[in-house]
Design a protein around this ligand. Structure first.
Ligand code: CO
Length: 365
Protein backbone atom coordinates (compact mmCIF):
# COMPACT_ATOMS: atom_id res chain seq x y z
CA UNK A 1 0.00 0.00 0.00
CA UNK A 2 1.33 3.42 -0.85
CA UNK A 3 1.97 5.79 2.05
CA UNK A 4 -0.90 8.08 1.05
CA UNK A 5 -3.38 5.19 0.98
CA UNK A 6 -2.14 3.93 4.35
CA UNK A 7 -2.57 7.41 5.81
CA UNK A 8 -6.09 7.59 4.40
CA UNK A 9 -7.02 4.25 5.97
CA UNK A 10 -5.51 5.15 9.35
CA UNK A 11 -7.26 8.52 9.36
CA UNK A 12 -10.58 6.95 8.46
CA UNK A 13 -10.33 4.35 11.22
CA UNK A 14 -9.02 6.55 14.04
CA UNK A 15 -11.01 9.77 13.59
CA UNK A 16 -14.38 8.08 13.98
CA UNK A 17 -16.22 8.21 17.35
CA UNK A 18 -16.90 4.59 18.36
CA UNK A 19 -16.35 3.63 21.99
CA UNK A 20 -17.09 0.19 23.39
CA UNK A 21 -20.68 -0.83 22.71
CA UNK A 22 -21.01 1.80 19.96
CA UNK A 23 -18.79 0.26 17.28
CA UNK A 24 -21.27 0.77 14.42
CA UNK A 25 -19.33 3.40 12.44
CA UNK A 26 -16.13 1.31 12.55
CA UNK A 27 -18.02 -1.83 11.56
CA UNK A 28 -19.30 0.03 8.50
CA UNK A 29 -15.79 1.17 7.52
CA UNK A 30 -14.27 -2.30 7.95
CA UNK A 31 -17.15 -3.86 6.01
CA UNK A 32 -16.66 -1.39 3.19
CA UNK A 33 -12.99 -2.38 2.89
CA UNK A 34 -13.39 -6.14 3.36
CA UNK A 35 -16.61 -6.72 1.41
CA UNK A 36 -14.93 -6.62 -2.03
CA UNK A 37 -12.13 -8.90 -0.80
CA UNK A 38 -14.07 -11.61 1.04
CA UNK A 39 -16.42 -14.48 0.17
CA UNK A 40 -18.86 -13.87 2.97
CA UNK A 41 -19.40 -11.36 5.75
CA UNK A 42 -21.67 -11.81 8.74
CA UNK A 43 -22.22 -10.19 12.11
CA UNK A 44 -22.55 -12.23 15.29
CA UNK A 45 -25.17 -11.73 17.98
CA UNK A 46 -23.34 -8.92 19.78
CA UNK A 47 -21.90 -7.11 16.78
CA UNK A 48 -18.53 -8.60 15.86
CA UNK A 49 -17.93 -8.65 12.10
CA UNK A 50 -16.82 -12.05 10.79
CA UNK A 51 -15.34 -11.88 7.29
CA UNK A 52 -14.71 -15.23 5.63
CA UNK A 53 -11.88 -14.49 3.22
CA UNK A 54 -12.00 -17.58 1.01
CA UNK A 55 -14.26 -20.55 0.33
CA UNK A 56 -14.24 -22.90 3.30
CA UNK A 57 -12.93 -26.43 2.80
CA UNK A 58 -13.13 -29.01 5.57
CA UNK A 59 -9.65 -30.24 4.68
CA UNK A 60 -8.16 -26.85 5.51
CA UNK A 61 -7.47 -25.48 9.01
CA UNK A 62 -9.40 -22.44 10.25
CA UNK A 63 -7.19 -19.46 10.93
CA UNK A 64 -8.77 -16.63 12.88
CA UNK A 65 -7.16 -13.20 12.69
CA UNK A 66 -8.77 -10.71 15.08
CA UNK A 67 -8.62 -7.05 16.03
CA UNK A 68 -11.07 -5.04 18.11
CA UNK A 69 -13.21 -2.17 16.85
CA UNK A 70 -13.99 -0.41 20.11
CA UNK A 71 -12.00 2.36 21.77
CA UNK A 72 -11.97 3.57 25.36
CA UNK A 73 -14.43 6.41 25.88
CA UNK A 74 -17.17 7.76 28.10
CA UNK A 75 -20.95 7.56 28.29
CA UNK A 76 -23.40 10.29 29.29
CA UNK A 77 -24.70 9.38 32.75
CA UNK A 78 -27.03 12.30 33.29
CA UNK A 79 -27.43 16.00 32.50
CA UNK A 80 -27.39 18.46 35.37
CA UNK A 81 -30.15 21.07 35.68
CA UNK A 82 -27.72 23.74 34.48
CA UNK A 83 -26.77 21.74 31.36
CA UNK A 84 -23.50 20.00 32.22
CA UNK A 85 -22.94 16.29 31.48
CA UNK A 86 -21.85 13.81 34.11
CA UNK A 87 -20.29 10.68 32.67
CA UNK A 88 -19.39 7.03 33.11
CA UNK A 89 -15.95 5.94 31.88
CA UNK A 90 -15.85 3.01 29.44
CA UNK A 91 -12.60 1.05 29.57
CA UNK A 92 -9.44 1.89 31.48
CA UNK A 93 -8.68 5.61 31.93
CA UNK A 94 -6.33 7.49 34.21
CA UNK A 95 -8.34 10.23 35.90
CA UNK A 96 -5.65 12.75 34.96
CA UNK A 97 -6.03 11.90 31.25
CA UNK A 98 -9.69 12.98 31.36
CA UNK A 99 -9.48 16.51 32.62
CA UNK A 100 -9.48 19.63 30.41
CA UNK A 101 -9.79 17.67 27.17
CA UNK A 102 -11.97 18.05 24.10
CA UNK A 103 -14.58 15.37 23.47
CA UNK A 104 -17.12 14.36 20.82
CA UNK A 105 -20.55 13.17 21.92
CA UNK A 106 -22.58 11.14 19.42
CA UNK A 107 -26.20 12.18 19.90
CA UNK A 108 -29.39 11.45 17.99
CA UNK A 109 -28.94 14.83 16.32
CA UNK A 110 -25.33 14.26 15.33
CA UNK A 111 -21.90 15.03 16.78
CA UNK A 112 -21.60 17.52 19.62
CA UNK A 113 -18.38 19.00 21.01
CA UNK A 114 -17.63 19.27 24.70
CA UNK A 115 -14.81 19.81 27.17
CA UNK A 116 -14.04 18.47 30.62
CA UNK A 117 -13.72 21.75 32.48
CA UNK A 118 -11.02 22.34 35.05
CA UNK A 119 -10.83 24.86 37.89
CA UNK A 120 -8.33 27.65 37.47
CA UNK A 121 -5.29 27.69 39.80
CA UNK A 122 -6.40 31.16 40.89
CA UNK A 123 -9.02 29.63 43.12
CA UNK A 124 -7.08 26.58 44.33
CA UNK A 125 -5.07 26.95 47.55
CA UNK A 126 -1.31 26.54 46.93
CA UNK A 127 -1.09 23.43 49.12
CA UNK A 128 -3.67 21.47 47.08
CA UNK A 129 -2.56 22.46 43.56
CA UNK A 130 -0.57 19.23 43.18
CA UNK A 131 -3.62 17.06 43.78
CA UNK A 132 -5.16 15.08 40.94
CA UNK A 133 -8.79 15.74 40.05
CA UNK A 134 -10.93 12.63 40.46
CA UNK A 135 -13.24 11.61 37.63
CA UNK A 136 -16.26 11.77 39.93
CA UNK A 137 -15.68 15.54 40.26
CA UNK A 138 -15.57 16.05 36.50
CA UNK A 139 -18.25 17.17 34.07
CA UNK A 140 -18.49 17.97 30.38
CA UNK A 141 -19.35 21.49 29.28
CA UNK A 142 -21.23 21.49 25.95
CA UNK A 143 -22.11 25.15 26.06
CA UNK A 144 -25.75 24.44 26.86
CA UNK A 145 -27.67 27.09 28.78
CA UNK A 146 -29.52 24.47 30.82
CA UNK A 147 -30.70 20.85 30.78
CA UNK A 148 -33.53 21.55 28.36
CA UNK A 149 -31.12 23.20 25.92
CA UNK A 150 -28.76 20.19 26.08
CA UNK A 151 -31.66 17.78 25.51
CA UNK A 152 -33.75 19.64 22.95
CA UNK A 153 -31.27 21.68 20.96
CA UNK A 154 -28.23 19.37 21.10
CA UNK A 155 -30.12 16.08 21.31
CA UNK A 156 -28.09 14.71 24.22
CA UNK A 157 -29.49 11.72 26.11
CA UNK A 158 -28.22 9.51 28.90
CA UNK A 159 -26.32 6.61 27.30
CA UNK A 160 -24.84 8.63 24.44
CA UNK A 161 -21.23 7.61 23.65
CA UNK A 162 -18.34 10.05 24.04
CA UNK A 163 -14.89 9.76 22.46
CA UNK A 164 -11.77 11.95 22.50
CA UNK A 165 -11.79 14.80 20.01
CA UNK A 166 -8.34 14.53 18.47
CA UNK A 167 -7.64 14.11 14.81
CA UNK A 168 -5.11 11.94 13.04
CA UNK A 169 -1.94 13.64 11.88
CA UNK A 170 1.64 12.94 10.90
CA UNK A 171 4.03 13.92 13.69
CA UNK A 172 6.31 16.50 12.10
CA UNK A 173 7.24 14.81 8.86
CA UNK A 174 8.84 11.58 10.08
CA UNK A 175 7.46 8.04 10.23
CA UNK A 176 5.44 8.62 13.42
CA UNK A 177 1.69 9.26 13.48
CA UNK A 178 -0.43 10.87 16.14
CA UNK A 179 -4.04 9.97 16.81
CA UNK A 180 -6.53 8.55 19.25
CA UNK A 181 -7.85 4.97 19.28
CA UNK A 182 -4.77 3.24 17.88
CA UNK A 183 -6.01 0.67 20.38
CA UNK A 184 -7.11 -1.10 18.31
CA UNK A 185 -7.82 0.59 15.00
CA UNK A 186 -4.17 -0.06 14.12
CA UNK A 187 -4.93 -3.80 14.39
CA UNK A 188 -7.91 -3.38 12.06
CA UNK A 189 -5.74 -1.46 9.59
CA UNK A 190 -3.21 -4.32 9.57
CA UNK A 191 -6.04 -6.79 8.97
CA UNK A 192 -7.48 -4.80 6.07
CA UNK A 193 -4.07 -4.40 4.50
CA UNK A 194 -3.32 -8.13 4.85
CA UNK A 195 -6.62 -8.94 3.10
CA UNK A 196 -5.71 -6.55 0.33
CA UNK A 197 -2.25 -8.15 -0.05
CA UNK A 198 -3.85 -11.59 -0.31
CA UNK A 199 -6.45 -10.57 -2.90
CA UNK A 200 -6.79 -13.39 -5.41
CA UNK A 201 -4.18 -15.56 -3.66
CA UNK A 202 -4.77 -19.27 -3.25
CA UNK A 203 -4.25 -19.81 0.47
CA UNK A 204 -4.09 -23.16 2.24
CA UNK A 205 -6.32 -22.33 5.18
CA UNK A 206 -9.85 -21.06 5.80
CA UNK A 207 -9.09 -17.47 6.73
CA UNK A 208 -11.45 -15.56 9.02
CA UNK A 209 -10.87 -11.86 9.58
CA UNK A 210 -12.78 -10.94 12.70
CA UNK A 211 -13.39 -7.40 13.95
CA UNK A 212 -14.55 -7.75 17.52
CA UNK A 213 -16.70 -5.57 19.77
CA UNK A 214 -16.35 -4.74 23.46
CA UNK A 215 -12.74 -5.78 24.00
CA UNK A 216 -12.07 -2.96 26.44
CA UNK A 217 -14.63 -4.18 28.94
CA UNK A 218 -13.67 -7.86 29.02
CA UNK A 219 -12.95 -9.38 25.58
CA UNK A 220 -16.64 -9.96 24.99
CA UNK A 221 -16.80 -9.92 21.19
CA UNK A 222 -13.84 -12.27 20.86
CA UNK A 223 -15.66 -14.81 23.01
CA UNK A 224 -18.80 -14.98 20.85
CA UNK A 225 -17.05 -14.72 17.48
CA UNK A 226 -14.44 -17.39 18.19
CA UNK A 227 -17.24 -19.77 19.20
CA UNK A 228 -18.68 -19.34 15.70
CA UNK A 229 -15.40 -19.43 13.79
CA UNK A 230 -14.05 -22.58 15.49
CA UNK A 231 -10.42 -21.54 15.05
CA UNK A 232 -7.54 -24.02 14.75
CA UNK A 233 -5.08 -21.13 15.07
CA UNK A 234 -5.61 -17.65 16.52
CA UNK A 235 -3.66 -14.52 15.60
CA UNK A 236 -4.69 -11.43 17.51
CA UNK A 237 -3.59 -7.99 16.38
CA UNK A 238 -3.26 -5.29 19.00
CA UNK A 239 -1.64 -2.05 19.96
CA UNK A 240 1.43 -2.76 22.04
CA UNK A 241 2.86 -0.84 24.97
CA UNK A 242 5.83 1.26 23.91
CA UNK A 243 8.07 2.19 26.82
CA UNK A 244 10.56 4.39 24.99
CA UNK A 245 9.90 7.75 26.60
CA UNK A 246 11.20 9.56 29.69
CA UNK A 247 10.16 7.97 32.95
CA UNK A 248 9.09 4.65 31.43
CA UNK A 249 11.12 1.62 32.53
CA UNK A 250 12.06 -1.70 30.96
CA UNK A 251 10.33 -3.38 33.88
CA UNK A 252 7.07 -1.82 32.75
CA UNK A 253 7.41 -2.64 29.04
CA UNK A 254 10.16 -3.45 26.59
CA UNK A 255 8.79 -2.19 23.26
CA UNK A 256 10.23 0.69 21.27
CA UNK A 257 8.70 2.45 18.30
CA UNK A 258 10.31 1.54 14.99
CA UNK A 259 11.85 -1.76 16.13
CA UNK A 260 9.17 -3.98 14.62
CA UNK A 261 5.97 -5.70 15.69
CA UNK A 262 5.99 -7.06 19.24
CA UNK A 263 5.18 -10.58 20.35
CA UNK A 264 3.56 -10.66 23.79
CA UNK A 265 5.28 -13.46 25.71
CA UNK A 266 3.15 -12.79 28.76
CA UNK A 267 0.24 -10.57 29.69
CA UNK A 268 -2.37 -10.96 32.38
CA UNK A 269 -4.77 -12.78 30.02
CA UNK A 270 -2.60 -15.13 27.96
CA UNK A 271 0.67 -16.96 27.40
CA UNK A 272 1.10 -17.75 23.69
CA UNK A 273 1.33 -21.27 22.33
CA UNK A 274 5.05 -22.09 22.23
CA UNK A 275 5.12 -23.79 18.83
CA UNK A 276 3.11 -20.98 17.26
CA UNK A 277 5.46 -18.46 18.87
CA UNK A 278 8.48 -20.25 17.40
CA UNK A 279 6.78 -20.52 14.00
CA UNK A 280 6.18 -16.75 14.00
CA UNK A 281 9.83 -16.13 14.91
CA UNK A 282 11.03 -18.47 12.14
CA UNK A 283 8.88 -16.74 9.52
CA UNK A 284 10.01 -13.29 10.71
CA UNK A 285 13.63 -14.41 10.49
CA UNK A 286 13.18 -15.80 6.96
CA UNK A 287 11.42 -12.65 5.81
CA UNK A 288 13.95 -10.41 7.60
CA UNK A 289 11.22 -8.73 9.63
CA UNK A 290 12.41 -7.19 12.92
CA UNK A 291 10.57 -8.51 15.97
CA UNK A 292 10.57 -7.42 19.57
CA UNK A 293 9.19 -9.07 22.68
CA UNK A 294 7.12 -7.75 25.50
CA UNK A 295 6.50 -9.30 28.90
CA UNK A 296 3.73 -7.35 30.59
CA UNK A 297 2.27 -7.93 34.02
CA UNK A 298 -1.05 -6.24 33.19
CA UNK A 299 -2.99 -6.03 29.88
CA UNK A 300 -5.70 -8.34 28.59
CA UNK A 301 -6.38 -8.99 24.91
CA UNK A 302 -8.75 -10.88 22.62
CA UNK A 303 -6.20 -13.63 21.90
CA UNK A 304 -7.06 -15.03 25.33
CA UNK A 305 -10.64 -15.72 24.27
CA UNK A 306 -9.58 -17.24 20.96
CA UNK A 307 -7.10 -19.43 22.81
CA UNK A 308 -9.74 -20.94 25.07
CA UNK A 309 -12.71 -21.05 22.71
CA UNK A 310 -14.29 -24.50 22.47
CA UNK A 311 -11.47 -27.04 22.98
CA UNK A 312 -8.70 -24.43 22.84
CA UNK A 313 -6.41 -23.36 20.03
CA UNK A 314 -2.81 -22.17 19.68
CA UNK A 315 -2.91 -18.38 19.74
CA UNK A 316 -0.53 -15.46 19.71
CA UNK A 317 -0.78 -11.71 20.14
CA UNK A 318 1.11 -9.53 17.66
CA UNK A 319 1.24 -5.86 18.61
CA UNK A 320 2.16 -2.58 16.98
CA UNK A 321 4.08 -0.58 19.60
CA UNK A 322 2.06 2.45 20.71
CA UNK A 323 2.91 5.32 23.03
CA UNK A 324 0.33 6.79 25.42
CA UNK A 325 -2.45 4.20 25.03
CA UNK A 326 -5.91 4.99 26.41
CA UNK A 327 -5.58 8.74 26.05
CA UNK A 328 -6.35 11.50 23.53
CA UNK A 329 -2.99 11.23 21.79
CA UNK A 330 -1.26 7.97 20.91
CA UNK A 331 1.79 7.62 18.67
CA UNK A 332 2.71 4.76 16.31
CA UNK A 333 5.39 4.19 13.66
CA UNK A 334 4.35 3.46 10.09
CA UNK A 335 7.40 1.19 9.79
CA UNK A 336 6.06 -1.06 12.53
CA UNK A 337 2.70 -1.09 10.77
CA UNK A 338 4.28 -2.11 7.45
CA UNK A 339 6.35 -4.82 9.13
CA UNK A 340 3.29 -6.19 10.95
CA UNK A 341 1.39 -6.36 7.65
CA UNK A 342 4.30 -8.19 6.04
CA UNK A 343 4.59 -10.62 8.94
CA UNK A 344 0.88 -11.48 9.15
CA UNK A 345 0.65 -11.86 5.36
CA UNK A 346 3.59 -14.28 5.42
CA UNK A 347 2.10 -16.25 8.31
CA UNK A 348 -1.23 -16.70 6.52
CA UNK A 349 0.53 -17.87 3.36
CA UNK A 350 2.35 -20.59 5.29
CA UNK A 351 -0.32 -21.91 7.63
CA UNK A 352 -1.30 -25.00 5.64
CA UNK A 353 -2.82 -28.21 7.05
CA UNK A 354 0.53 -29.89 7.78
CA UNK A 355 1.98 -26.82 9.49
CA UNK A 356 -1.12 -26.30 11.62
CA UNK A 357 -1.25 -29.99 12.56
CA UNK A 358 2.36 -29.80 13.70
CA UNK A 359 1.78 -26.61 15.70
CA UNK A 360 -1.31 -28.09 17.38
CA UNK A 361 0.46 -31.30 18.41
CA UNK A 362 1.67 -31.57 22.01
CA UNK A 363 4.53 -34.04 22.50
CA UNK A 364 3.71 -36.77 24.98
CA UNK A 365 7.22 -37.99 25.68
CO1 CO B 1 -6.67 -3.13 22.67
Amino acid sequence: MKKKETEKLLRELTDVCAPTGFEGPVRAIVNQHLYPLCQDISVDGIGSLIAQFNTRHDSKPNVMVAAHMDEVGLMVKYITEDGYLKFQTIGGWLDQALINQRWIIRTKKGLVKGITGIKTPHVIPAETRGQIFKKEQMFIDVGASNKEDAVNRLGISPGDPIAPDSLFTNLNGGSLYLGKAWDDRIGLAVMIQVASNLRGADISNNLYLVSTVQEEVGLRGAQTSSYLVEPDIGINLESGVAGDYPGSTLDESQEKLGEGPAIFLHDSSMIPNLKLRDFVLKVADEEKIPIQFDVLSGYGQDGAEIQRARGGSPSINIAIPTRYLHSHNGVISIEDFDNAVKLVTSLIQRLDADTVREIRKFELE
